[in-house]
Design a protein around this ligand. Structure first.
Ligand SMILES: Cc1cc2nc3c(=O)[nH]c(=O)nc-3n(C[C@H](O)[C@H](O)[C@H](O)COP(=O)(O)O)c2cc1C
Length: 409
């Protein structure tokens, strides 16, 4: 933690408000000084006393507290706290507060402090899935993102309202990571151009059907967003049809393995790092039916192997371009992954165990092993944002290892 580690934590009125207590503890564990602001609605869910006990500091709940005093020397508390903050974190951020921030309303302590602070802002929304997907909320989140605030997107899962969908507060570790990144922004990828593939390719069978896989593209997008924050220029070749593109990244949309292969090779000369996070089909249909196939009896599809994108990248890369491949396997077979690493000629391979329930494909969480020729780094289960950051943490040592190897040649 740097010397600047004052986190002003805004807590809004949502069910997830209780999670802000654990968040406070985690931020403190990482060395942050935490002070808490609660909206009126937040106090319906959790008592200020909880945060006062955790932080050893008064909790700010009322804009009028300090101004009501007759003491001429009294500070205007929301301005003082806005200036004290090195980061303003609002978690959970309600739909209502997001709307207020978007429009600059300032009728309570939190919204007034937001306007008064020059500190970077992290927003971790949590709400019912329909509230999150409502065009009003979408527009507000986009506006806040474009204002330069870091949105820690809610996750998919079981929601307190009894439904399942997007809207659950992101993991504590993901929110803490976002705050730490702002307090100690690593810019270790400045000057790099990172080419990332994401999502699962689709191989057409006929005009309406395809062979696909369960990859959502979340891991690739998390890597893209993290690399961009660390200063890299990022190009994403994406077969992820439904995700919101990572901010400030160039996104090239593709469907098939062949299209992904062509797009990657055409942008490869610009890349200094290539991360192959996409789940690329291994086979495609030899003869795509020109019209929709009918259920007239048994059907046999003849398949042929698709292009090996990693191998092409390794063959055509400029000297010095790092290549990080991915392997999705049933189980953590490190020997097999290392054999794949050597066979493909990549510099590192990220091994995902897809046999574990709730991890990997179509999930917000993952666990991985980062393998090079002579090292094994276990990345324990965490959010994909956090895993992405830990993968990128490996780049400097990969780079220096490569420089030594080039010198020895
Ligand atoms: C039981 C209950 C749960 C709620 N949960 C949420 C929530 O998770 N997210 C949200 O945006 N609003 C939620 N609301 C609505 C907010 O509390 C309401 O919009 C309030 O005005 C928010 O005020 P604030 O943004 O100043 O905290 C909930 C309301 C109730 C009654």
């Amino acid at each position: 933690m740097s010397k600047s580690s004052n986190v002003l934590l805004g807590v809004c009125g949502g069910i997830a408000a209780y999670k802000s207590a654990e968040l406070t503890r985690e931020l403190q564990r990482h060395g942050a000084q935490v002070r808490v602001v609660m909206t009126r609605a937040a106090q319906e869910f959790i008592q200020p006393l909880t945060f006062a006990s955790l932080t050893g500091h008064k909790v700010f709940t009322d804009l009028w507290d300090s101004s009501a005093t007759t003491d001429a020397a009294a500070v205007i508390e929301h301005i003082a706290q806005a200036q004290w903050a090195d980061v303003l974190l609002i978690a959970p951020a309600t739909a209502h507060t997001l709307a207020k921030l978007t429009h600059g309303l300032a009728d309570d302590f939190l919204s007034a402090a937001y306007l008064a602070t020059e500190a970077p802002v992290v927003l971790a929304p949590a709400m019912n899935g329909n509230m999150w997907n409502h065009p009003a909320t979408r527009a507000n989140v986009l506006a806040l993102e474009q204002r330069g605030h870091r949105i820690v997107a809610p996750e998919s899962g079981y929601l307190a309202c009894g439904t399942t969908g997007d809207g659950r507060l992101a993991d504590t570790e993901t929110i803490v990571r976002a705050v730490l990144d702002l307090l100690n922004p690593p810019r270790d990828l400045a000057g790099e151009t990172v080419l990332i593939t994401a999502g699962g390719t689709r191989e057409p069978i006929d005009p309406v059907r395809f062979l696909g896989n369960r990859s959502s593209g979340r891991m690739g997008y998390a890597l893209a967003a993290a690399a961009e924050r660390r200063g890299a220029r990022v190009i994403v070749v994406s077969a992820a049809a439904t995700l919101t593109p990572p901010p400030r990244c160039e996104v090239i949309r593709v469907d098939t393995a062949q299209e992904m292969h062509a797009a990657v090779l055409s942008r490869l000369p610009e890349a200094t790092i290539v991360i192959k996070a996409a789940a690329v089909a291994d086979f495609r249909v030899c003869h795509i039916a020109p019209t929709k196939l009918h259920r007239d009896g048994p059907l046999t599809l003849e398949l042929e192997p698709t292009e090996d994108i990693v191998r092409s990248v390794v063959e055509h890369r400029r000297p010095g371009t790092l290549v990080i491949a991915f392997a999705a396997e049933m189980g953590l077979d490190i020997a097999r992954a290392r054999e794949k690493l050597q066979r493909k000629g990549a510099d590192a391979i990220v091994l995902n165990d897809i046999s574990r329930e709730g991890l990997g494909f179509d999930s917000n969480r993952n666990a991985a092993v980062f393998l090079t020729e002579d090292s094994v780094v276990h990345i324990p289960e965490s959010s994909k944002d956090d895993i992405a950051a830990q993968i990128l943490d490996q780049v400097p040592s990969l780079r220096s290892h490569q420089e030594v190897a080039l010198q020895l040649r």
